[in-house]
Design a protein around this ligand. Sequence first.
Ligand code: MN
Length: 228
Amino acid sequence: MAYVFAAPEQASIEVNGRPERFPVRRIFCVGRNYAAHAREMGQDPEREPPFFFTKPADALVPNHSTIPYPTRTQNLHPEIELVVAIGKGGSNIAPTQALDHVFGYAVGNDLTRRDLQFEARDKGRPWDTSKAFDRSAVITAITPATARSPVFKGRIWLKVNGELRQQADIADLIWSVPEIIAELSTLFELAPGDLIYTGTPAGVGAIQHGDRLEGGVDGLDNLITTIG
Ligand code: MN
């Protein structure tokens, strides 16, 4: 195939214990999937179920990176999240079959320009400038799925400059991992290479130039990022 200029590089993520990398197709994210976080965002989780939005695959940033503070925001928030890496595609996947479609799990940070998100929300506009900006999808290496993967439980936490900001348990997810896969597969035909950021717990807040973020989920790599 000849192109008029060089085609973009395939986005990919390191896989623990394997020399091959995970090729990334799309990034889906779940919004308001922990009740306490939905409430801190001013929403009632009893009345409104979680929902999906997306980021481009080229927004990915690997572990141990320094990220420049993004343009056009004065209220940058980290969101620590469990990430599901899809290895087998499908539509209308039953929750009971959903885990057969998982390749592995990672820890992600859904970086958010909170000021632009609130402006979009208040004006009924799309979220792209607040969620899908360059270098907004930070992620660790993927740990292949095993019986001990943090699917239904496991501590999730984020520290900023050593101070604990977010802490919850995967068991607190409103939509569990199988439910997320089942629900998403009724909206999109899932494909190998898709990533799903599963939502963040309560405790989100602003970060500044020079901050060091460290977060994790039990059983997976810790995600370490510096804001430049
Ligand atoms: Mn999020």
